[in-house]
Write a protein that binds this ligand. Sequence first.
Ligand code: NZQ
Ligand code: ZN
Length: 389
Amino acid sequence: MDNFSYCSPTKYVFGRGAENHVAQELASIGATRVMIVYGGGSVVRSGLLDRVKVQLDAANLFHTELGGVEPNPTDPKVREGIALCRETGIDTILAVGGGSVIDTAKAIAAGVPYQGDFWDFWAGKETIREALPVGVVLTIPAAGSEGSGNSVITLLDGMHKISLRTDFWLRPKFALLNPELTFTLPAEQTAAGIADMMAHIFERYFSPTQNVEVTDRISEGLLTAIMTDAVKVMADPRDYEARANIMWSGTLAHNGLCGCGRKEDWVSHFMEHEISAVYGVTHGAGLAVILPAFMTYMANHRPEKGAQLARRVFGVSENDDRLAALEGIGRLKAFFASIGLPLTFGELGIDRPNIELLVRKLHENKGELIGGYMTLGPTETEEIYRLAL
Ligand code: NZQ
Ligand code: ZN
């Protein structure tokens, strides 16, 4: 096991009615002037936005709002939010929504106190030294942004989708998690969220670090729980207990717990981010296509971790590592297909992907060589994209 430091300071309030703590939690972090950030309208239709505003009014908290954040969020909305915060003297951001809304809220939070262009942080030119506090009311378990220190934004000029990772500054101060708020999710968003949270575990599980049994076992337990409850939630979207297990798994999958003591990988995410930036697909659906392709490449070149996954999580009994890993991938694909996820570019709605462009942008944005489990250059990543055809 490698040395590590782990600080996951977000306060989680979980369960029915969790969103009713919003005014109290905002007050506890010293909020006086709040900007509410939300997406394309699901929180308006469900009445959640109004319920949040009523609570802020009752607590005499000034608030303004920024709606219209789109999935795979882009820089213009961040700039609009930064300007609005400055005009109205906002000291706290409240994200009501999913990963796209939370990531936009985080980017605004980093940009407001900074004199230069907020993209400097995403471009790696500057390090965040100050940010407004962010609180979250989560409506979709998927990206795990409610507990992560990351924010993924696309710069429209050149379509650069970049994930900024911070240890501290971009971690929300609190996250209110009510599984009932996820009852209204369309089936394809529920399924995509499940693929995304599983991917967050796989990215840490495919690690070259040896002897991280405790982190491996936590990861395997989470994966098993997710797949068990995924089936229930797809069959009955209003199954509270299943929704609750999925929601908490999504947070634990990405708040750093599954990475403790080891080097992480992140190739599948890097490769998917290029697909969702160029083709606008749902992140989790893109991952369902890339993950089996990535794992197939690994089964053929470095099969031991895939074999362990296959045996411990998918019940494969094959002795040969490569064959075991391949059988595990078959079972993962069958699971994805059973919850309606795509498995190929074609099923994702991209009949002729421009693989040359994806590979070029991938290495432009992420470096010539990528990956923790194996180091991959353009020849290898092209092969993985082709395995997803
Ligand atoms: O925009 P609205 O109308 O709210 O609709 C959203 C959106 O269309 C809808 N939705 C959310 N909650 C709902 C609901 N519809 C009905 N009922 C509800 N309760 O779902 C759609 C997707 O929302 P989005 O926020 O885009 O989903 P997700 O949480 O999957 O976030 C995806 C984004 O997060 C990034 C992805 O790359 C992508 O841009 N990621 C962020 C990470 C992080 N910050 O740590 C890590 C992830 O790996 C990921 O890359
Ligand atoms: Zn993800």
